[in-house]
Design a binder for this molecule. Sequence first.
Ligand SMILES: Cc1cc2nc3c(=O)[nH]c(=O)nc-3n(C[C@H](O)[C@H](O)[C@H](O)COP(=O)(O)O)c2cc1C
Length: 195
Amino acid sequence: MLNDRSSILSLLETRRSGKPRELIGPGPTAEELERILSIAARTPDHGKLFPWRFVTVADDQRDELAILFRQALAKEDECAPPAKHQKADEFAHYAGQLIVLISAPTPDHKIPVWEQELSCGAAGMNLLLAAHALGYVAGWVTGWYAYSDHVREAFCGPGERIAGFIFIGHASRDLDERPRAPLDVVWKSWNPPGL
Ligand SMILES: Cc1cc2nc3c(=O)[nH]c(=O)nc-3n(C[C@H](O)[C@H](O)[C@H](O)COP(=O)(O)O)c2cc1C
């Protein structure tokens, strides 16, 4: 069973994202959203810099998001086929609550930007966990949207980047498991070099 919420450990052991394009609404209530973001903000962060931000996109702003994507494609990919425009339009209107996760590192700080970016990834993970713990299914995607200058300028300040678009809703069908890293591949005991 995926997303088994019967205990903390069972949820951690079975958590599974949904594909944003397959999610259905409704997304979290205002209170639940605040709770999810509070949990996401409770993330390890060397130096207490809070090097991430969350931007929520309201349901009634999805048409404007679609226009933004259309402008970005027109500017950055003049030869984009109609199917790419169509896909972007659909992306902008995926069901559920959309949260844009922003990496917002403090440059020229004694805490390296790399560590700040790691913290942003951890905030995204916490956000997913919080959404799933509340009984929702979430999905984190990037796509070209996250790397477009035009889209970035609409969400980010100087030095910031889009780390992902996280949609929170419900699964429209039974979720499938995906391959997970075999422990014998990703885990080994340390062999100290000959010192
Ligand atoms: C930074 C980041 C970007 C991602 N972008 C995409 C994407 O653009 N398209 C996609 O299909 N999956 C993308 N994924 C993968 C899915 O979000 C998801 O992590 C994957 O399907 C595994 O899901 P689970 O371990 O949460 O079940 C991305 C994951 C991360 C961490």
